[in-house]
Design a protein around this ligand. Structure first.
Ligand SMILES: N[C@@H](CCC(=O)N[C@@H](CS)C(=O)NCC(=O)O)C(=O)O
Length: 142
């Protein structure tokens, strides 16, 4: 298997964790997001969505979207399981996963930051158009 990956990709990190938990070996293929390699034809032919992760099986089958990859890996390699046995616990794990995968835009980051840092006033869309690299100013008051 080949995993298209990059060091700062949280979505790919999820897949790497699952592969490692299940003891599955893979060949990493690095896609330099900072250089824009995800938009090059070589990678676009692997995943037209131009995002990582992409997991390519030995027969050439391409999997994409981290949660779909996790579910697939869990189905073909059930041990150790990625989900708990209890249905309510499974729902909770799925909900937490969906926060990360589906709701990780600015509003979710603001709410998460408020919950963990006690304030949301130190984070928000910068007014100068830049990207904030300061996710949490723990303990700071507004
Ligand atoms: N929902 C997707 C998110 C994939 C995604 O956004 N990947 C980022 C890296 S974490 C990416 O490749 N970004 C490329 C870009 O922004 O051009 C998943 O969970 O797989």
């Amino acid at each position: 298997m080949k995993l298209y990956t990059y060091w700062r990709s949280l979505a790919t990190f999820r897949v790497r964790i699952a592969l490692n938990l299940k003891g599955l070996s893979y060949e990493p293929v690095y896609v330099d997001l900072d250089a824009g390699d995800q938009r090059q034809p070589e990678f676009k032919s692997v995943n037209p969505q131009m995002v990582i992760p992409a997991l390519v099986e030995d027969d050439g089958n391409v999997l994409f979207q981290s949660l779909a990859i996790l579910e697939y890996l869990n189905e073909i390699h059930p041990e150790p399981p990625l989900l708990p046995a209890d249905p309510r616990a499974r729902a909770r794990v799925r909900a937490l996963a969906l926060i990360a995968v589906a709701d990780s835009g600015v509003p979710a980051i603001l709410l998460t930051t408020e919950a963990t840092c006690g304030t949301r006033s130190r984070i928000g869309p910068p007014t100068d158009g830049s990207v904030s690299r300061q996710p949490c100013n723990r303990g700071a008051s507004s």
